[in-house]
Design a protein around this ligand. Structure first.
Ligand code: XUL
Length: 568
């Protein structure tokens, strides 16, 4: 029975999930559904404290700046593979591996990287071998909000925010990789000149697995403000607007079902792993789309993690005219709409900690307070917010005293749900249920508020980490698409260094391997349905305009108002 490994390098941790699959043909009624046989997580702060991160991010004086050390991710990957090999599971059955990573973050490598990746020494830990190949010691990540000037410059050069959004799926956003690259090029021109390859977190980690520079998939590449959404190729005018010489420094873009090589000798010799197929990695949100079973238009998920996101499948790319959301490529070959909120789990934790509660106490507070919170409202922007655009952090309360524990707890959750409901309408997707995922989806009381605010049923998924599950399922799908044939290991068929996909190459649904069958029985909601309470739905219907008005009063003056041209 083959095994498929999914890895997820998120903001705060690295998770691995191993899926065992009976049926060689997906959906074969004679087989049991895929099963999770191993799941483990490494918290960066707790297990790798030497890197000095807090919640996976390096401390910075400027609240707009957020970066992480790439070598911390490398060490976590090395440690995870060591744990996997010590798990006692027969890993000779490992057929394919794929991964998911926090989106937008970028890793900068010099011209020595390719040779070093090709000759990793299995007798020595990985991180120590890679220090010399970084042209920038830190990686800016999705929480960074320090590139407003670069967003304006790129938008102007491409002909305005609306045009950039129409071409790339998003207007310029501070955390997107293009503006981040431009800032690096402007402020550190020598280090930029020494950069040979700019990777996303996903392609960087995939490169370690195959021992060569890995490509990107369209899902993660569309989080850069650099990819032409229609052709899924780099967009020359966006590249020119971003930094000189960028085209030569970017990985190629290949369809999300592409095998990019075999597990490099480092992993095979050091941990006794087989020459498993490695499938191109993707971002955490595209991976989550699969891991939460969203393979058709009309399905929507809410992920409650470090960032909270609302996303759904789109068959056609309907770009957000309000300038808050994004259209990314979906692993199915379709598109996905997404809206991202920065003040997610960390905001919930801040309120919990301010009132000395644990999660049980947090839930009790939700149960002890009525929907609508007796008129209280909060804007929980502990950090600069992405949606709506808020440059300066600030927590604002209306009709609420900072000391009232239970009402503050309800206020933070209600604010988050009201914001998600209001800022996801642009997707224009009619849905009758929400698939809930991410750590906080384990909390039924939070899901009740979600159901009441959105006015639809909420269904919890069987496997909590949908990004990691999605990565494992993408590995499974790609293996099936590859035709079930098994080219000999080390056949040298790396896609890893192709400069660009075939002209006009575009993903589409693979006819023989239906995504519905891949997700069946595993990326599906459990039986439990959290139904909306009609009386509470009414309360939130009245509350939504009051919340929107409060939000309008506090968001940054340059936040998109619903009309293009929208400044960054
Ligand atoms: C999405 C986004 C976050 C990151 C981190 O646009 O910025 O969801 O992917 O998880």
């Amino acid at each position: 029975m083959p095994l498929y490994l999914g890895l997820d390098s998120s903001t705060q941790s690295l998770t691995a999930l191993l899926l065992e699959v009976d049926a060689p043909v997906p959906g074969d009624a004679s087989g049991r559904p895929p099963r999770v046989v191993f799941e483990d997580s490494i918290s960066f702060d707790d297990e790798l404290p030497g890197y000095g991160t807090r919640h996976g991010v390096l401390p910075a004086d400027d609240p707009a700046v957020a970066a992480s050390p790439p070598l911390m991710w490398v060490e976590a990957l090395d440690r995870m593979m060591s744990r996997l090999s010590a798990s006692g599971i027969d890993l000779s059955r490992l057929a394919a591996i794929s991964g998911s990573a926090q989106q937008h973050g970028s890793v900068y490598l010099n011209g020595h990287a390719a040779a070093r990746l090709a000759r990793l020494d299995a007798s020595r830990p990985l991180a120590g071998q890679l220090g010399g190949v970084l042209s920038r010691p830190v990686a800016p990540i999705w929480m960074d909000a320090s590139t407003s000037a670069e967003c304006r410059e790129i938008s102007a050069a491409v002909g305005g925010a609306e045009r950039l959004a129409q071409l790339t799926g998003s207007r310029a956003f501070e955390r997107f990789t293009g503006p981040q690259i431009r800032k690096f090029f402007k402020h550190e021109p020598d280090a930029w000149a020494a950069t040979d390859r700019v990777h996303l977190v996903s392609s960087f980690l995939a490169s370690l697995l195959v021992g060569a520079h890995a490509p990107l998939d369209p899902g993660d590449a569309s989080g850069m403000n650099l990819m032409d959404l229609a052709t899924r190729r780099w967009l020359p005018e966006a590249l020119d607007a971003t930094a000189p010489g960028l085209a030569a420094k970017l990985p190629p873009i290949v369809p999300a079902k592409t095998p990019i090589g075999r597990l490099a000798l480092y992993w095979r010799l050091r941990y006794g792993l087989p020459a498993a197929r490695v499938v191109v990695w993707s971002g955490d949100n595209p991976s989550s789309l699969i891991g939460s079973g969203l393979v058709r238009e009309g399905q929507v998920a809410v992920s409650l993690g470090t960032s909270d996101t609302v996303f759904g499948v789109m068959q056609a790319p309907r770009v957000d005219r309000s300038g808050t959301g994004h259209v990314f490529g979906a692993p199915t070959g379709d598109y996905m709409g997404l809206t991202c909120f920065r003040n997610g789990s960390l905001a919930r934790e801040r309120i919990r900690d301010q009132h000395g509660l644990d999660w049980e106490g947090f839930s009790a507070a939700l149960r002890a307070t009525p929907p609508g919170n007796l008129g209280a409202l909060m804007l929980p922007w502990f950090e600069p917010e992405i949606t709506p655009h808020v440059a300066q952090p600030g927590v604002h309360r209306l009709g609420l005293d900072r000391s009232e524990a239970a009402r503050n707890v309800r206020a933070v959750v209600e604010a988050q749900m009201l914001a998600m409901a209001s800022h996801s309408r642009w997707m224009g997707v009619d849905f009758d249920a929400i698939h809930a995922t991410g750590g906080a989806a384990a909390n039924r009381d939070i899901l009740q508020i979600m159901a009441d605010v959105f006015g639809v049923a909420v269904r919890r998924l069987q496997v909590g980490n949908s990004a990691c599950l999605g990565a494992a399922l993408r590995a499974y799908h790609a293996e099936m698409v590859a035709g079930l044939g098994d080219p000999p290991p080390d056949s040298g068929t790396h896609l890893a260094d192709h400069r660009q996909g075939e002209p006009g190459e575009r993903e589409g649904r693979y006819v023989g391997v239906d995504w519905d069958l891949i997700v069946q029985g595993i990326a599906e909601p459990t039986g439990e349905i959290v139904a909306p309470d009609p009386a509470a739905v009414e309360v939130y219907r009245d509350m939504a305009p009051r919340y929107a008005e409060l939000e309008r009063g506090y968001r940054s003056p340059d936040a998109p108002t619903g009309d293009f041209p929208a400044p960054c």
